[in-house]
Design a protein around this ligand. Structure first.
Ligand code: FA5
Length: 346
């Protein structure tokens, strides 16, 4: 048996030494150490030996096995290193060649202006809020003093979602303006309140160069004691002057929205022609900018605020149109087209 073990060891070492690749080494490993190998079978037979024989053959067979394992491991290491080297030598790798340049994206022009607007209003003490784009009929209309049969509902063509939420909240709609967040923030935070709400809104309408079905608005809401439209005029003149980097004047005209009383339209002085009259301001010297007004007492009540104690104003302007004005974009549809040739200009 001793001789047999020595024979196995020598034979294995010889084969391992001659081995040229990892695959053959694996075959050798199975042949000499596998379950059906001569060595394993021999070790199984140890139990039939006399105690004296066991004392000699037991340790010897372990020694042979360990020796073969070690030899296989060192040979495997050497063969692996050889294969890596072979692979590296076969590839032409120029470490001085410049790396691949990846295209870097940048912030969408709409978001760029949105962040600027948020910064200016935050500096003036307004919090920036958010609201759901899929809204209930209640928050989009009833809570804003626009009941189901009110003709003012026709002012904003609406995308309806089939599901009904509840009797109080009605159907689900894609919000047609950011104004629903007025009632939501009043309910949540109460008065006093000073917030802006930038966000995406949706209207079921035919698109043209200045109308899209999906666009962005910014809502503003200020509720406190002794608030008047004079404060709105001051805040908007300051906001627009900071945004455009030069002094901008604002003016009010009467306007109608069911959720404000009185309602106004706010225009600002044309920055292109300095109020002389040009094609952008339709020769009036003023650019139509947004709807606004004193928050209607019914809306304050919807938000849980007592109109005898508090009052305030709200406004809503089209962020998308502001971006168009800022960059001289003449077709609103380009902004959401995803066309990189257009976007890369900003
Ligand atoms: C409103 O949506 C009111 N919620 C604004 C408001 C808020 C009034 C608070 C009073 C108090 P209006 O429907 O006019 O109002 O839309 C506001 C702005 O959204 C418009 O001035 C315009 O800039 C923009 N806008 C409206 N429809 C579109 C459209 N289809 N595509 C792009 N911009 C639009």
């Amino acid at each position: 048996m001793q001789e047999n073990l020595k024979k196995i060891q020598n034979q294995a070492l010889q084969e391992i030494d001659q081995c040229k690749d990892l695959k053959s080494l694996q075959d050798i490993e199975v042949k000499y150490l596998g379950r059906k190998s001569e060595l394993t079978e021999l070790m199984h037979k140890l139990k039939d030996l006399s105690p004296e024989e066991k004392k000699v053959i037991g340790p010897l067979s372990n020694e042979v096995k360990t020796y073969i394992i070690k030899k296989i491991e060192t040979t495997r290491g050497a063969l692996e290193a050889q294969e890596i080297e072979k692979q590296l030598n076969s590839e032409l790798f120029d470490i001085t060649a410049p790396g691949t340049k990846y295209d870097l994206g940048h912030i969408h022009p709409l978001s760029q202006i949105q962040y600027e607007v948020e910064k200016i209003f935050s500096d003036m003490g307004f919090a920036v809020m958010d609201g759901p784009e899929v809204e209930s009929e209640y928050y989009n209309f009833e809570g804003l003093n626009i009941p189901g049969d009110h003709p003012a509902r026709d002012m904003q063509d609406t995308f309806f979602v089939k599901d009904k939420m509840s009797d109080r909240h009605g159907r689900l709609v894609l919000r047609t303006h950011t104004s629903p967040v007025q009632v939501r923030t009043m309910e949540k935070y109460g008065a006093p309140l000073r917030v802006i709400v930038p966000g995406r809104v949706f209207r079921y309408e035919a698109t043209d160069a200045s109308h899209d079905t999906t666009f962005y608005q910014v809502e503003g809401l200020l509720i406190d004691k002794n608030i008047s439209l004079a404060h709105l005029k001051g805040v908007m003149a300051e906001f627009l002057s900071r945004l455009f980097g030069k002094e901008v004047k604002v003016r009010f005209r009467p306007g109608y929205f069911p959720f404000v009383e009185p309602g106004i339209e706010l225009d600002f002085s044309c920055l292109i022609c300095n109020e002389k009259g040009c094609s952008v301001c339709k020769r009036t010297g003023w650019v139509e900018f947004m709807g606004a007004g004193m928050v209607h007492p019914n809306v304050l009540k919807s938000g849980g605020i007592d109109p005898k104690e508090y009052q305030g104003w709200a406004f809503g302007f089209g962020l998308t149109r502001l971006v168009m004005m800022r960059y001289g974009i003449d077709d609103i549809r380009l902004l959401q087209s995803g066309d990189l040739r257009f976007l890369q200009q900003f």
